[in-house]
Write a protein that binds this ligand. Structure first.
Ligand code: PPS
Length: 294
């Protein structure tokens, strides 16, 4: 296959959810993923704090040993399960090669999760972020990460986001689907905004969920190492080890702003009003509530 064909292609639908076309092509391989009982799944809608919580978890698993966590780039330490791009990456094969206990990243909506993760009753940490900040972060990510189709203008992208016509589908379905699932499964549901407000409180929740104790000084070390400014400088956490063909940080850095409420700098008043109306309809009847700034 000609490599240039991989990039900036239209998304393909899998059971109604738009995905990178290479994932859609390899779907049976994704469905066949073999989970292990001690896998920890990190599940998020894109741009919701995946890398942040992944770095935190790798540090927890390594008792705060910073050097050990510099052994490789975050996308190799915590493989992106469903990401299959011929000649570039295969999350399923990466995971097969990892020793237990594994950290597994996914952006799949709950209904598309490979069944072995449910059969093995794997623990899951889900991180959700408010829709408007996700939309903004996703727009800049579409611009810099060429596996996505061209984003078009912000106005056009926002329209597609609202209609679920972006990679991994509807934000609304994703956050609600996983919220419902937490009633029956071992899911710790976290919010990006809570992590911004009080990272220590949220890290302690993670430790409790993992039934793990760490001394206070290690907890503080992990918090320092996972602060936005430190992660932004860390080549093994900031995606600078990804090829420029795949991610061009000169267009927009992966570690962009790392704040809550940036949507205020992007939405026009008209866009805000339209979005709010649509949001109310989409989120009607759910107990799931978001904060939009800290
Ligand atoms: S991805 O590509 O979907 O896995 O991206 P993801 O890691 O989920 O989200 C990227 C956004 O998270 C911000 N980020 C952080 N914010 C605060 N603190 C820390 N440590 C941190 N690490 C990553 C990152 O900057 C992206 O958000 P924006 O708003 O674009 O800055």
């Amino acid at each position: 296959m000609d490599k240039k064909d991989l990039f900036r292609q239209e998304l393909e639908y899998v059971h109604g959810v738009p995905l990178f076309w290479t994932i859609a092509e390899a779907w049976s391989e994704v469905e066949g993923f073999e989970a292990r009982p001690d896998d920890l799944l990190i599940s998020t809608y894109p741009k919701s704090g995946t890398t942040w919580v992944s770095e935190m978890l790798d540090l927890i698993y390594n008792n705060g040993d910073i050097e050990k966590c510099r052994r490789d780039a975050i996308f190799n330490r915590v493989p992106f399960m469903e990401l299959i791009i011929p000649g570039l990456v295969n999350g399923i094969k990466q995971l097969e090669a990892l020793k237990s206990p594994r950290l597994v990243k996914t952006h799949l909506p709950v209904q598309l999760l490979p069944s072995s993760l449910w059969k093995n009753d794997c623990k899951i940490i889900y991180v959700a972020r408010n829709a408007k900040d996700v939309a903004v972060s996703y727009y800049y990510f579409y611009k810099m990460a060429t596996m996505h189709p061209e984003p078009g203008t912000w106005e056009e992208f926002l329209e597609n986001f609202m209609n679920g016509k972006v990679s991994f589908g509807s934000w609304y379905d994703h956050v609600k689907g996983w919220w419902e699932k937490k009633k029956d499964c071992r899911i710790l549901y976290l919010f990006y905004e809570d992590m911004k407000e009080d990272p220590k409180r949220e890290l302690l929740k993670v430790l409790k969920f993992l039934e793990k104790d760490l001394p206070e000084d290690i907890v503080n070390k992990i918090l320092h190492h996972t602060s936005f400014n430190i992660m932004k400088q860390n080549p093994t956490a900031n995606y600078s080890m990804m090829s420029k063909r795949e991610m061009d940080h000169s267009i927009s850095p992966f570690m962009r702003k790392g704040i809550s409420g940036d949507w205020k700098n992007q939405f026009t008043v008209a866009q805000y009003e339209r979005f709010e109306k649509h949001y109310k309809q989409q989120m009607e009847g759910t107990t799931l509530k978001f904060r939009e700034e800290i």
